[in-house]
Design a protein around this ligand. Structure first.
Ligand code: SF4
Length: 376
């Protein structure tokens, strides 16, 4: 299959669903879709309703905005409120709550916060406004880090001295390790993230099979991609195999993208530790600019408060990100916490599980009961 329509073809979907029905285990299994993009595909197309009752899907920590801790949002706001600074960021970061409100609130108080569509837009802004310091608020996994890296090198090569990056890029393997190191994780396999794997390849997931004895299938984002990945995972479980397989072969190579990986290596170093929302501080999980590029590192140029701030007590994003609870199980889901009034990050980003549940009407336990998957 090559084209988008092929991956939404009802006849092909029925064949995959027949295969899934034949492979479904008698006892329940829990498969984690790591990426928020998969979560949206599942609910947008009603895939959960098509699966046998013994095949449950849970959401993982692969939404980059959702895993951003409160303290880093506060740091971004502190940068934005500095005299002479323009903070440039993607639109979905505007409403992420910090302990003193969001960047949108900071903008209402007078901070110069601009929405950009790429790091290069932020660099263009710096070139156009040489009297201001433009800071790009960089978030995301290895998927988006190469474009930040390319922009930093361009700023260096073109001598744009008023541009810097507040770097919050993270890497995909450490949160999976953290989940699997939790003794009671109750996971039986992973639908591996598609986008980030185009950069990192599939070898980074080998530890899932080799050290934890679980299967992982990297998948694309169309309905048939996700269903096929589920079938491949169930086939592995039935046959007693645990391997890293690649459903997304039309895009993902086992070795990843060597050009992008070289770019990451040239620009970034791995931080010894980085804080994640809901997962705590994970070793070797965050990226920072290399010392030779410190002139473009906003943390070096301006300093940031760097405080660790606890999530609000009512917020259960951490449990949602670890697949421990479903969004509707959070006490404030759909009441105090809505897309219009988000308390946690999972309700803000277009990739957040709470946002997906809310948007596609998965609002309460009734659906889980109907599907025979109620865990309560
Ligand atoms: S409903 Fe809101 S507070 Fe609760 S887990 Fe979701 S985003 Fe976090």
């Amino acid at each position: 299959m090559t084209f988008l329509d092929d991956h939404r073809d009802p006849t092909a979907a029925r064949a995959v669903l027949d295969a899934i029905a034949g492979l479904a285990p008698d006892t329940p299994v829990r498969l984690m879709e790591v990426c928020g993009g998969h979560t949206h595909t599942i609910y947008r197309h009603g895939l959960e309703q098509l699966l046998p009752a013994t095949v449950g899907l849970v959401h993982g920590p692969g939404c980059p905005v959702c895993v951003l801790p409160l303290g880093r949002v506060d740091d971004a706001i502190a940068l934005a409120e500095r005299e002479g600074v323009v903070l440039a960021c993607f639109g979905d970061l505007l409403r992420v709550p910090g302990s003193r409100g969001s960047l949108l609130d900071a903008r209402a108080r007078g901070a110069d916060v601009r929405v950009v569509y790429s790091p290069l837009d932020a660099l263009d802004l710096a070139v156009a406004r040489p009297e201001r310091q433009v800071v790009f608020f960089a978030v995301g996994f290895e998927t988006t880090a190469p474009s930040t890296a390319r922009t930093v090198l361009r700023a260096r090569d073109e001598g744009v001295a008023n541009f810097s990056v507040f770097c919050n890029h993270v890497t995909i393997a450490p949160p999976l390790r953290a989940l699997l190191d939790t003794p009671d994780h109750q996971l039986d396999g992973f639908i591996g993230p598609g986008h980030v794997s185009t950069v990192v390849g599939t070898t980074v997931y080998d530890f899932v099979a080799l050290e934890h004895g679980l299967p992982l299938v990297v998948a694309g984002f169309e309905p048939l991609d996700v269903l096929t990945a589920v079938a491949m995972l169930l086939a592995q479980l039935r046959e007693g195999r645990c391997e890293v397989e690649n459903e997304y072969e039309r895009v993902v190579r086992r070795e990843g993208n060597p050009v992008a990986l070289a770019l990451l290596d040239e620009v970034f170093r791995t931080r010894p530790a980085f804080e994640w929302r809901g997962l705590g501080t994970l070793p070797d999980s965050g990226l920072a600019l290399r010392p030779e590029l410190a002139a473009f590192d906003a943390e070096e140029r301006f300093g940031v408060p760097g405080a660790t701030v606890a999530d609000p007590r009512v917020c259960q994003c951490g449990q949602v990100l670890r697949g421990v609870i479903e969004p509707w199980e959070c006490k404030v889901f759909g009441t105090a916490c809505t897309p219009e009034t988000p308390i946690g990050t999972c309700m803000v980003s277009s990739e957040g599980a709470c946002a997906a549940y809310h948007e596609y009407g998965r609002l309460h336990r009734d659906v889980a009961v109907e599907l025979g998957r109620d865990r309560a």
